[in-house]
Design a protein around this ligand. Structure first.
Ligand code: SF4
Ligand SMILES: [Zn+2]
Ligand SMILES: [Zn+2]
Length: 299
């Protein structure tokens, strides 16, 4: 197996692009895919301050590493979710990574704040992942606003977004479908722009990049992710991809291309932002979802 570019020994075969590449040219390919997504979807510019949400897993650490390599102005943001040993281990990976590459970071500790995910889920009798989503979103926005970031970047990849799209279509979750784009514009003055620079790369490609570049990430998955339906959608798409190469990419990007404008139009009708009466963050309601959640009020 030879590299398509230099004819040296190839180490990876990218079926959906129909190419084989050596380590050097795979690394080039990877950086180009991230750079292309940033430019194509107008995610951010070199002078802007990017907050990278890091969990210690491969996607977020690879994202942080690559953005730094491409010369972007980044700061990592880690939320300690208070999920037993998993959170301890993920925090260690993030700190070790930041130290190794001399990167700046921020930490929000939900245990210190009194909002660990398992506790709030129990008190509110809601699913852990939904509680986790509300709390993370809240602190991503809050820290980004308080610290003057221009944009919030997450490590979502093509598999994450295509499987989420499949799940949302299967259940016709119109509200979620509107948000399934690589860039969510800022809303008001506090809710910052959200971007997904790894959107052109698959889970396998990211894992290969992490391995080849010796990025030490946490392999262990969050124990609360067991039985998540998103894994079923990922498996289903992988099965289709195995048989019909390129489907995953086509499915997601055609959706973005064809429906984005139409959905953006209806998104503008959501309503206007107010300041939450408790914490002062912007929200579409008098009390934001985070404050309602931690005060255990009806959602
Ligand atoms: S699996 Fe659920 S609880 Fe665990 S980090 Fe992900 S969203 Fe949070
Ligand atoms: Zn090569
Ligand atoms: Zn609030």
């Amino acid at each position: 197996m030879k590299c398509k570019i230099c004819k040296e020994k190839a180490i990876i075969k990218l079926k959906r692009h129909n190419i084989k590449l050596c380590k050097e040219h795979f690394n080039d390919f990877f950086l180009k895919q991230v750079d292309r997504a940033i430019k194509e979807f107008k995610m951010f510019k070199k002078e802007e301050k990017v907050m990278v949400c890091v969990s210690g897993g491969k996607d977020s650490l690879v994202l942080w590493y690559v953005l730094k390599k491409l010369g972007y102005n980044t700061v990592g943001m880690y939320v300690n979710l208070g999920i037993s040993e998993y959170s301890e281990n993920s925090k260690k990976k993030v700190l070790k990574f930041a130290k190794l590459f001399d990167l700046e970071y921020k930490i929000v500790d939900l245990v210190e704040l009194g909002y660990p995910v398992p506790k709030i889920a129990k008190e509110s009798r809601r699913a852990e992942c939904s509680v986790c989503g509300v709390i993370k979103r809240y602190y991503f926005n809050k820290v980004a606003y308080d610290e003057g970031f221009d944009v919030v970047a997450t490590g979502h990849n093509l598999d994450d977004e295509a499987s989420r799209l499949l799940g949302n279509i299967l259940h016709w979750n119109d509200e979620y479908l509107k948000k399934q784009v690589p860039v969510l514009p800022a809303e008001g003055k506090m809710l910052k722009k959200k971007v997904k620079p790894l959107i052109r790369l698959t889970e396998k490609e990211i894992a290969s990049y992490a391995f080849l570049n010796k990025i030490d990430y946490l392999i262990e998955e969050c124990p609360l992710s067991k039985g998540a339906t998103s894994l079923v959608y990922k498996d289903a798409l992988n099965l289709i991809e195995e048989n019909i190469v390129g489907t995953k990419q086509f499915f997601y990007f055609q959706y973005v291309k064809k429906l984005q404008k139409e959905l953006e139009h209806s998104q503008n009708k959501i309503g206007s932002l107010k300041e939450c009466k408790i914490c002062g963050m912007e929200s579409f309601n008098d009390i934001c979802s985070f404050c309602r959640l931690v005060r255990n009020e009806e959602q």
